[in-house]
Design a protein around this ligand. Structure first.
Ligand SMILES: *[C@@H]1O[C@H](CO)[C@@H](O)[C@H](O)[C@H]1NC(C)=O
Ligand SMILES: *[C@@H]1O[C@H](CO)[C@@H](O)[C@H](O)[C@H]1NC(C)=O
Ligand SMILES: *[C@@H]1O[C@H](CO)[C@@H](O)[C@H](O)[C@H]1NC(C)=O
Ligand SMILES: *[C@@H]1O[C@H](CO)[C@@H](O)[C@H](O)[C@H]1NC(C)=O
Ligand SMILES: *[C@@H]1O[C@H](CO)[C@@H](O)[C@H](O)[C@H]1NC(C)=O
Ligand SMILES: *[C@@H]1O[C@H](CO)[C@@H](O)[C@H](O)[C@H]1NC(C)=O
Ligand SMILES: *[C@@H]1O[C@H](CO)[C@@H](O)[C@H](O)[C@H]1NC(C)=O
Ligand SMILES: *[C@@H]1O[C@H](CO)[C@@H](O)[C@H](O)[C@H]1NC(C)=O
Ligand SMILES: *[C@@H]1O[C@H](CO)[C@@H](O)[C@H](O)[C@H]1NC(C)=O
Ligand SMILES: *[C@@H]1O[C@H](CO)[C@@H](O)[C@H](O)[C@H]1NC(C)=O
Length: 660
């Protein structure tokens, strides 16, 4: 097999001699001329001569290189990045990279390494990244530390390392990222990791190791992020982290390690002696949650409790005055009040997406967090009969409100009375029942984005969009507009700042020529998936430039005068329309070819009629309408001929009659 592949490679190389292009099928792919090549999965047993010496980036994954020797890469002396994933490499001899002084990244993922020479990595002047994932390593002493002093990234995930004895020569100077995930590390002593005290701002990953014991205070350093995801023995881990500081601490777990995910009431007490900014606990179960659980979290800036099986945060949590972001996604709160917002007076972001139970909004539940700016309540089965001024009482600072993907909201008068600062409102995919003839959004003077997609909103309400003078983006797709016609001005009249209008899938059959005339800043209109039969160009003729998407409509013919009244700078998508490529549409066909720079997606802008041209791209068809001109000339000649015959016969009849 190998010999056969070798022959193939030889053949490929022979081809290179004759003509570079014919070799392309069997040889490496050029990604950037002279610089970047991929030889992935070609079964190669050596570096092909075809690769220029100027190669800097080489993906040589999935080939066959059982041994790396001092000649293997010696020609490629400008290499920067070398990917040797799954090349069945077992032996790396001395000086394997001796001639690659600029090399900064070596990826050896998925090679079962049996031998690494002491000088295996000698050569590169500043090796920065070494990836040794799935290489069968069981001891760190297996890795020669010679010439690794500049490493910033060392990845040792999915190996069999059970003891973490980092040698004194372990590279720490530039180290930023150290990954030991999915190994068998059970115990860590202070001595094992003492060398890490020389690092700062390190990202350290221990995800998926089953720690039994970590010596208290072993990690005395300042980290950027430490990840103990899926690990057991949280108290032991926190003891090990004693007197350290980290921006982010991951103590969450994963679905497949559910069994060990329980946290006893005092599991988190160790946090008192660790300096943490952002804490992640997703998928953990709290055996019993009470105010004391939070006792050591008073310094936190962000707390992520995604999917922690919570029905409420306990009352009486105290001192969490620094917390600005609370994530309660995918829990089963019964009531918005169960978020205990008053315990987090500095909160600016509350994420409560994907609540498993129907979330009741209640009244003023969040008023204890008056600085709230960002509130995500999407996908939370909300079914509110009186939305949402009472529910959001006290939230005058709110700028972002996401109510999308809920059941239904009934709005009596104003949707959100204190919404004076609201900038983004998303109600998409939530039924919105409005029982007011005045606009429910009329006090949202700063609103910039409004998404009402698929909200079954009643577009007949005369002043639906009243007051939205700052609105820039409006999505009313998937709603059925009255009589299928985008009416003259009425609905959108006041949206003088509107730039983006999404009207896709609204069953529109026509657009009034004046419908958008007050929208002077409009630049993007999406009319996809409607039932329009023509391009209503006059509706846009007051604009300087516009993007129009008419894809998936029923447009067959567009007259030339419509097209020329489009703004000079326009881009139009006409794909997936049943366009006619006959003489009756010669206006469009001629205009189209002259204005290809304005057309988006020409590959899918095709003819449907006549049958002989069905599927042909509009830009490629030529329609001869000369035949009908000939026909007219023939008909005129015919008539002239008949008239001549008639006059002649009349004359001769008269002459004969006179003769009688
Ligand atoms: C690639 O290398 C060849 C041979 O050294 C040189 O002639 C050519 O100009 C280079 N092309 C680019 C784009 O650098
Ligand atoms: C490469 O290795 C061979 C055999 O081990 C040795 O004879 C030779 O001197 C080495 N070359 C260099 C440049 O290190
Ligand atoms: C710390 O590390 C993170 C991630 O590696 C980086 O984004 C950040 O800029 C670093 N901070 C400092 C002060 O070096
Ligand atoms: C943590 O620091 C405190 C105060 O500096 C010290 O008393 C304590 O012994 C340290 N803990 C560990 C485990 O090193
Ligand atoms: C959730 O909040 C409601 C309303 O304040 C309260 O009646 C209920 O007991 C709370 N549920 C839990 C589990 O605390
Ligand atoms: C609102 O939430 C939904 C679902 O979580 C998300 O897809 C959407 O992008 C969010 N809207 C905004 C404006 O961020
Ligand atoms: C609603 O529209 C906004 C703006 O286009 C967008 O960011 C958001 O993701 C949309 N929401 C959903 C649920 O798609
Ligand atoms: C929509 O609003 C109009 C005007 O307010 C009203 O007459 C009509 O009954 C409403 N339609 C529905 C389905 O609520
Ligand atoms: C559009 O272009 C035409 C021809 O280049 C020019 O005569 C006309 O003034 C332009 N219209 C606008 C509104 O810029
Ligand atoms: C034009 O509209 C079609 C249909 O929605 C879409 O698939 C295509 O991506 C659009 N073209 C571009 C360039 O966005």
């Amino acid at each position: 097999m190998a010999a056969y592949l070798y022959l193939l490679v030889l053949a490929a190389l022979a081809c290179v001699g004759r003509g570079a292009s014919s070799a392309a099928d069997t040889a490496c792919t050029e990604i950037t001329v002279n610089k970047s090549y991929s030889c992935e999965g070609l079964g190669l047993t050596e570096i092909p001569d075809q690769l220029p010496t100027t190669t800097e980036i080489l993906d040589f994954s999935f080939n066959l290189l059982p041994t790396l020797e001092n000649l293997t890469f010696s020609k490629l002396n400008r290499l920067l990045y070398l990917d040797l994933t799954r090349c069945q490499i077992s032996w790396v001899y001395e000086g394997a990279f001796h001639n690659n002084p600029r090399l900064h990244t070596i990826v050896l993922t998925g090679n079962l390494l049996l031998f690494l020479s002491d000088t295996a990595f000698v050569g590169p002047q500043a090796l920065r990244q070494l990836v040794l994932t799935q290489t069968g390593i069981s001891r760190l002493s297996f890795i020669p530390m010679t010439n690794l002093a500049n490493l910033d990234t060392l990845i040792l995930g999915s190996n069999h390392i059970s003891s973490l004895q980092l040698p004194p020569s372990f590279p720490t100077r530039n180290l930023r990222y150290l990954d030991f995930q999915m190994n068998n590390i059970r115990t860590i002593t202070a001595e094992d990791v003492s060398v890490l005290q020389k690092t700062s701002n390190l990202t350290l990953i221990f995800k998926g190791n089953d720690f039994l014991y970590i010596e208290p205070g072993a990690f005395r350093s300042s980290f950027f992020s430490v990840d103990f995801g899926g690990c057991i023995n949280i108290p032991g881990i926190l003891a090990g982290m004693q007197n350290s500081s980290t921006r982010t601490l991951w103590l969450g777990t994963f679905n497949d390690v559910e069994k060990e995910s329980y946290l006893s009431p005092d599991s988190l007490q160790g946090l008192c002696k660790v300096t943490v900014q952002d804490l992640y606990l997703q998928l953990r179960h709290f055996e019993s949650l009470n105010a004391a659980t939070f006792h050591c979290m008073t310094q936190l800036r962000k707390l992520d409790l995604t999917h922690t099986h919570l029905s409420a945060l306990p009352a009486g949590i105290g001192g969490m005055t620094a917390l600005t972001e609370l994530v309660l996604n995918e829990n089963s709160l019964e009531h918005l009040c169960n978020a205990s917002a008053a315990a987090f007076p500095a909160l600016t972001h509350l994420r409560l997406r994907g609540n498993v139970r129907r979330l009741r909004l209640g009244s003023g539940c969040l008023q204890g967090a008056p600085r709230l700016q960002h509130l995500d309540l999407s996908h939370s089965r909300i079914d509110s009969s009186e939305c949402c001024s009472q529910a959001l009482r006290g939230l005058g600072a709110l700028r972002y409100l996401n109510l999308s993907y809920n059941s239904q909201l009934h709005v009596g008068d104003l949707l959100f009375r204190e919404g004076a600062n609201l900038e983004v409102l998303d109600v998409a995919f939530t039924q919105l029942h409005i029982s007011t003839s005045e606009g429910p959004f009329r006090n949202l003077h700063l609103l910039q984005v409004l998404n009402l997609s698929s909200s079954q909103v009643n577009s007949s309400i005369p002043h639906l969009f009243q007051g939205l003078e700052k609105l820039m983006v409006l999505d009313i797709s998937r709603n059925i507009l009255e009589s299928g016609i985008m009416p003259k001005s009425k609905l959108l009249q006041q949206l003088t700042n509107l730039e983006v209008l999404i009207l896709a899938s609204c069953e529109l059959t026509a657009i009034d020529g004046q419908a958008f005339h007050s929208l002077k800043r409009l630049r993007h209109v999406d009319l996809r998936h409607n039932k329009l039969t023509t391009v209503s160009a006059d509706a846009f003729s007051h604009l300087k430039s516009i993007y129009l998407n008419f894809a998936h409509n029923r447009i067959q013919i567009i007259s030339r005068d419509k097209l020329v009244s489009l703004p000079n700078h326009s881009v139009i998508n006409l794909s997936y329309n049943p366009l006619q490529c006959t003489c009756s549409n010669i206006g469009l066909i001629t205009w189209y070819k002259e204005n290809l720079d304005k057309i988006e997606d020409p590959e899918e802008t095709t003819c449907s009629e006549p049958k002989s041209l069905a599927g042909a791209q509009l830009s490629t068809v030529t329609v001869y309408c000369g035949i009908s001109t000939m026909g007219i000339i023939a008909a005129v000649l015919g008539i002239l001929f008949c008239v001549a015959i008639f006059i002649w016969s009349a004359c001769s009849f008269r002459r004969r009659y006179q003769q009688i």
